[in-house]
Design a protein around this ligand. Sequence first.
Ligand code: NAD
Length: 375
Amino acid sequence: MTFSIALVPGDGIGPEVVEQAVEVLDAVGDKTGHVFNYVELEAGGCAIDSTSEPLPAETLETVKQCDALLLGAVGGPKWESLPGHLRPERALLGLRAGLGMFANLRPARLLPQLRTACPVKDEVLVKSNADGKPKFDILIVRELTGGLYFGERGRSADGKTAFDTEKYSWMEIERVLRVGYDAAMGRGKKICIVDKSNVLESSRLWREVAAVVSKDYPAVETNFLYVDNAAMQLIRAPGQFDVIVTSNLFGDILSDEASVLTGSIGMLPSASLGATVDKGCRMGMYEPIHGSAPDIAGKDSANPLGTILSAAMMLWYSFGLKKEARLIENAVDAVLDSGLRTVDIAGRSERTASEEIVGTRTMGAAVVKAVENGE
Ligand code: NAD
């Protein structure tokens, strides 16, 4: 099949890591016969420099014509003194809103090669794991365009009282729950819906919607947790979770908590999904969770694996190419097994003696080779 991918490399290390992800996608294409066509676009600081706008209208319009978007990172000290509406980060909000991205997916998987980067003990990690191994592999699905961050807010006339509103419609809840259930079907078939339904009316609506939506997924086991308990369980026994689906606010907090369990920020991918399903594709925006890292930009030392794994998510979630996504994930595993490490993940394994510290390009090239040799 042929897919068109919008590339927004952005600023700082963004272009460096996106370049490696493209090399890996091309290797997947060569191996499997799929064709990935790219359109490179500007957004963020580089767009401000050339057009005075963080998100030029042409960028958004062109992205909409593509099947998916792969983004590096935007921002940097050069643009920090600009007023809020002209800052590079506005490009992210503009893309999410313009593309209707309502579901943010953040997988947090502890790779055995980076075991010591995880701050919890083996006896915690083995809990609730059927095979008794110290591991976890979680997907957090966070609602992205509703709830407290978008509800009515304000101040009293004297400024001494403030309010924000948690508001969700049935439709907003249903569509993000379906993303979670669809994801669970391709994983461990377990879903945990996190809310605060003992207190919040909006959470009670989440449970009503879940009662209806879950009937369409009889193979998936559904559980509910209050958010305070979920925050504790993530540290107490992370192995019990497969897919967590939750609101914008709770997802924001819980996904940061989960990312700490995995080690380096350079490892983690993310996907933001919209509703549009066209030609069998679901439009999605894929990006590593890290920023533009100006402190290491241009030094060939950024970890490209978060972006490469974001490309794997794109193959799976937007294009339905599950086998091809696995090919990339297995290649990343193989490269880490071989001992290659970028600086951010060096010294994090028990087998430090076999580690070799490499730069961004060498790490990317190693993943390409592992894809070529992969099954
Ligand atoms: P950051 O994620 O860019 O960097 C934090 C630390 O992590 C730095 O020490 C950096 O060197 C390191 N790091 C980040 N990614 C790495 C990688 N792939 N490999 C190795 N080390 C890595 O966060 P920050 O310093 O708070 O922000 C820098 C700029 O990025 C700011 O302008 C911020 O607004 C922007 N930002 C953009 C995004 C985005 O585009 N999605 C997200 C967060 C921050």
